[in-house]
Design a protein around this ligand. Sequence first.
Ligand code: GTP
Ligand code: MG
Length: 318
Amino acid sequence: MDDLLQRILDGDRRAVARLITLVENGDPAAKEPIRKLHEYTGKAHIVGVTGAPGSGKSTLVNSLTKELRRRGKSVGIIAIDPTSPFTGGAVLGDRVRMQDLATDPEVFIRSMGTRGSLGGISVATNDAVNILDAFGKDLIIVETVGAGQVEVDIVKLAHTSVVVTMPGGGDEIQALKAGIMEIGDIFVVNKADREDAGRTYTEIMMMLEMSQRDEDRVPPVIRTVATTGRGVEELADAVLDHYRYLKERGLLEKKAKERILAELMEIIDRRVERNVSRALQEDPEMVELVKKLVDTREIDPHSGAQIVIQHLLKKAEV
Ligand SMILES: Nc1nc2c(ncn2[C@@H]2O[C@H](COP(=O)(O)OP(=O)(O)OP(=O)(O)O)[C@@H](O)[C@H]2O)c(=O)[nH]1
Ligand SMILES: [Mg+2]
């Protein structure tokens, strides 16, 4: 058994932090423990929390986690910061907002950048979720800023997707229309202490009624004040209820399979990308090919791609 993995299974937080750093850096030392870790995963309830910048996601994750702790659940938190290539520990803002959790040994918080992953949920994030799963956290909450593809990706990663909105976000409601409506399992109108919260609530309710969702379950819309904890008990109920719902309908297994397939695709994409660009620059045969492609135009790009793929497969390099 790999030493780092053994320490994680034994409950060593520093080993968890260490392995997440290794996967973030693409360090080869992560390979073995990550592979072996797989058999210890699949137990955690993965919850995605997405929404516009500043809607109160981190504050909400903080109060939700406190509520879940009150109910005896252990929690892992991954805050994804798509704007930042810098990682390691929590970013300053989240550190402040999730301060009261910092001393709880049953809570593990980590911020990560999305470096290298075209805005999507990166391989490293998947790995980090798996690490916290193997570490034994009951729930793993992944916070992402809603920025297009990310919300859609988070569904593949999470069992339960919580979409956080706030009053007065007219643009945000448009964004909801554009796609998140279909993916949210739970909707939150945070900052419900603001006077226009009622209108936002009604708008979301109406939109949910109109949208054609293929499941029989109507997602709850919950009003919260993350800063005081109002509505957070209800949110915790909704999160745990959704997990039960998935289990009872046999949907949990379906989601788990989708998640593994999405993970597989992402890993393959990444490896192909990396190996192809390396080969095009370093492999003499490929360098020659590129010349024919761009200098003498002897080959068209489609045939060129075909040749590159065949070449790499032959060398078993992808
Ligand atoms: N009035 C009010 N303010 C809130 C509420 N929830 C959060 N805030 C404030 O809103 C600001 C943004 O909160 P965050 O929790 O950092 O929001 P976020 O969505 O995580 O922000 P990013 O991660 O930067 O996208 C902070 O100043 C919070 O104190 C709320 O329910 N009511
Ligand atoms: Mg945040």
